[in-house]
Design a protein. Structure first.
Length: 427
């Protein structure tokens, strides 16, 4: 393992010890699932080549969905894509009439990331890059800046909502030229869907509309076209906790959200969008339940049903659904080794425990909770991090003295709340 920065090491350990997925350094701990990762890499390459892609990443609680989705986002950033992501929640969903869809869009755009701003909040820098390149092109060609902007934004004008979207971008350029920071802030606020009414937006900007519940999907398509105009490869949209749609009590609300999913799925599969990809994370119930899940909506079921020939351990990753396979005990052993290396900053001479300690730890977990320790290994990893933390802070303690004291508790059968941070560790 390569040398690890102390800042990244501390962030990784802090996250794992709390039972959540770290925001940085995923490459230091990723193990297994090479075929699934390879399939998503091909999707991202297709997006960068003006194509489109959609995936439903399905796995049990604690099986590794959030970790996998974060890893996919990092790969997309390395391929010069822009990513946006959000977790669905009771106040954030794909279709609504009370602001919940706009809330999902606003949260996703706040998390907009690029390779130089992987932590999020990249919208201002993307717009600034677009304006700067237009100004540079105008100076080099001796053309008015506005003409260059109009030419670059022409593809957006052919799309639903593209006129006001382009107007806001031109308004940002004028504010940039005039040094009007308040007008620039107003333009960014519109792009983030933070205006609640058309009247308020019209008072600040020369527009007649806002990004509202009904416009969310069309605005994703506008964003994908804009980021490509701004010099990026495409846009990847990642939504986790899709199980919140399954939890909706109203069958009408569920079906309306499933209709929106169907529209997105059809557009992507038919090639009606360019440079745009979607990755959705959900549980098996969200997909398979014939009463409340995606399979309750027949049009979605027919598109998402798995290959009937993929049986007896055979896999097919060509369809929209990716079922995350459980980590094997061998994968988990490698993962514990990676965590040990993170503690040592990648220096093998500073390992806190020898290899036999990893094996002994896994054997003890197996005796305590059975094979769940590697199928949904969140608590196992959390316990191993705490185990190493005690050894690090108490150098006189022998590792074999602690093995019996740090075994993880048995996984509770109850379903975690969607907004509980503990559901986010999916390694």
């Amino acid at each position: 393992m390569s040398t690890i920065r102390r800042k990244d090491r501390d962030l990784i350990i802090q996250a794992l010890s709390a039972g959540v997925v770290p925001r940085v350094g995923l490459q230091h701990i990723q193990v297994g699932r090479s075929q699934e990762v390879g399939a998503l890499v091909r999707d991202i390459d297709r997006i960068a080549d003006a194509g489109s892609a959609v995936r439903f990443v399905i796995g049990e609680y604690g099986a590794g969905k959030t970790f996998f989705l974060n890893l996919v986002r990092l790969i997309a950033l390395e391929r010069k894509c822009v990513t946006i992501h959000a977790d669905l929640a009771p106040d954030r969903r794909l279709h609504a009439t009370g602001g919940q869809a706009r809330g999902l869009y606003a949260e996703a755009v706040r998390n907009m990331a690029t390779r130089t701003k992987p932590e999020g909040g990249a919208l201002p820098s993307i717009v600034e890059r677009f304006v700067t390149e237009c100004v540079r092109e105008a100076e080099d060609g001796g053309s008015p800046v506005e003409r260059v902007i109009d030419r670059r934004l022409t593809p957006l004008l052919e799309m639903l909502g593209g006129h006001d979207f382009s107007t806001v971008l031109k308004t940002y350029w004028r504010a940039h030229e005039d040094g009007d920071d308040s007008l620039k802030a107003a333009a960014l606020r519109w792009l983030r869907a933070e205006y609640p009414t058309k009247t308020e937006a019209r008072q600040a900007l020369p527009v007649r509309s806002i990004i509202d519940d009904a416009d969310v999907y069309d605005t994703f398509k506008l964003l994908s076209a804009f980021v490509r105009v701004a010099g990026y490869s495409g846009l990847l949209v990642v939504f986790d906790e899709m199980v919140n749609l399954y939890k909706l009590q109203s069958s009408q609300a569920r079906n309306q959200n499933y209709e929106q999913l169907l529209r997105m799925l059809n557009d992507v599969l038919q090639g009606n969008v360019e440079g745009l990809g979607f990755v959705f994370g959900g549980t098996p119930e969200f997909l398979l339940d014939s009463r409340r899940g995606l399979y309750s909506y027949k049009a979605l079921q027919s598109r998402l049903e798995e290959n009937s020939f993929a049986t007896e351990g055979r896999i097919d990753l060509s369809g929209p659904v990716i079922r995350l396979q459980s980590l094997s005990p061998e994968d988990l052993l490698v993962l514990l080794g990676n965590i040990r290396s993170v503690f040592a900053l990648g220096d093998a001479s500073a390992f806190l425990v020898p290899d036999e300690a990893k094996t002994a730890f896994m054997e003890h977990c197996n005796k305590r909770i059975g094979e769940a320790y590697f199928r949904t290994p969140r608590n196992t990893i959390k316990a191993f991090v705490q185990f190493l933390s005690v050894l690090e802070q108490n150098p006189d303690t022998q590792w074999h003295e602690l093995i019996g004291a740090v075994a993880p508790e048995r996984e509770e059968p109850e379903e975690p709340e969607a907004d509980d941070e503990l559901v986010d560790l999916r390694i």
